[in-house]
Design a protein around this ligand. Structure first.
Ligand code: RIB
Length: 289
């Protein structure tokens, strides 16, 4: 069976739930606080591993209690951590999340995730084979994303680049990825307002996610794969769930429409409970959908 390799961030999410967002200089009382494993890379790895086997994570944590928690959590979720580095004297990444009005606001402090360099990552990729799928996000250095995409292109591995959070991407990186999966706002920042034109330009490569509306791509025409409505508790990590599930469906040789439908279902289930990984579905839950 082909493998899924996530090259990406892992963090601890520090989450505040509030009914009021403070103005500058104001203090408000919030409702609750909890911590939870997160980071877009680790989230996508956990999403994939709950739906499949053979999921590997290449990343880095600090030599601290959060780092230990991140690694243990990945292991508990059946993610292979043999390629995780522990960086001395650097803190594990953290994400500072405010939940308000059914949406989230996130500030990420990358910490050890900034130490996921091409020098550390590329030798590890030699363990993998043609047709394995690499999942990338943008909470690690851009030069690493570029180098991994280049490696994958040269060695015939497939790559899904989830361009979150937004930053500019080298054109040759866009050209070499197999799939690019921005949400609507990331897509607009990357390519401007003419969605249909860009979908056609990046036929079967560009997949734009639209929350509970589903996702669009271009086949012989623009295709919208409808989403699934759920009662929303917390949308944090819904995009990560989508990307992890998409990788699983593609490794199982589903066609693109089927793969996006599978990913939409997983993403919709993930908003029904608190925390990025808290509601990521297991395979048996997908069968009932
Ligand atoms: O995509 C959600 C994730 O973004 C959170 O888990 C947080 O860690 C941030 O990186």
């Amino acid at each position: 069976m082909n493998k899924i390799i996530v090259v990406g961030s892992s963090s601890i999410d520090l989450i505040v739930n509030t009914h009021k967002i403070p103005d500058a200089g104001e203090t408000v009382l919030g409702e609750s606080f909890f911590t939870s494993p997160g980071g877009k890379g680790a989230n996508q790895a956990v999403s994939a591993a709950r739906l499949s086997s053979q999921v590997y994570m290449i990343g880095a944590v600090g030599n601290d209690a959060y780092g230990t928690r991140v690694i243990n959590n990945l292991k508990e979720n059946n993610v292979n951590t043999d390629f995780m580095d522990v960086i001395e004297d650097v803190e594990t990444g953290t994400a500072h999340i405010t939940l308000f009005d059914n949406d989230n606001r996130i500030i990420v402090i990358p910490g050890a995730n900034n130490y996921i360099t091409p020098q550390k990552v590329l030798p590890k990729l030699d363990f993998f084979n043609e047709d394995d799928i690499i999942l990338l996000q943008q909470e690690i250095p851009a030069e690493t994303v570029d180098a991994v995409v280049n490696y994958a292109f040269t060695n015939n591995l497939k790559v899904i680049l989830n361009p979150a959070p937004y930053r500019t991407i080298a054109q040759q990186t866009i050209d070499k990825v197999t799939y690019l999966t921005p949400n609507e706002s990331e897509n607009e920042l990357l390519f401007g307002k003419d969605l249909e034109k860009m979908l056609e330009h990046y036929r079967k490569k560009l997949i734009v996610t639209r929350g509970d509306q589903g996702a669009v791509y271009f086949d012989t025409a623009v295709r919208n794969i409808a989403g699934h409505q759920q009662k929303v508790v917390d949308t944090t990590g819904a995009g990560d769930t989508f990307n992890g599930a998409l990788a699983v469906a593609l490794i199982e040789n589903k066609n693109l429409a089927e793969a996006i439908d599978f990913a939409n279902k997983a993403g919709s289930l993930s908003v029904t409970r608190l925390g990025a990984q808290g509601a990521m579905p297991y395979r048996k839950e997908m069968k009932s959908k």
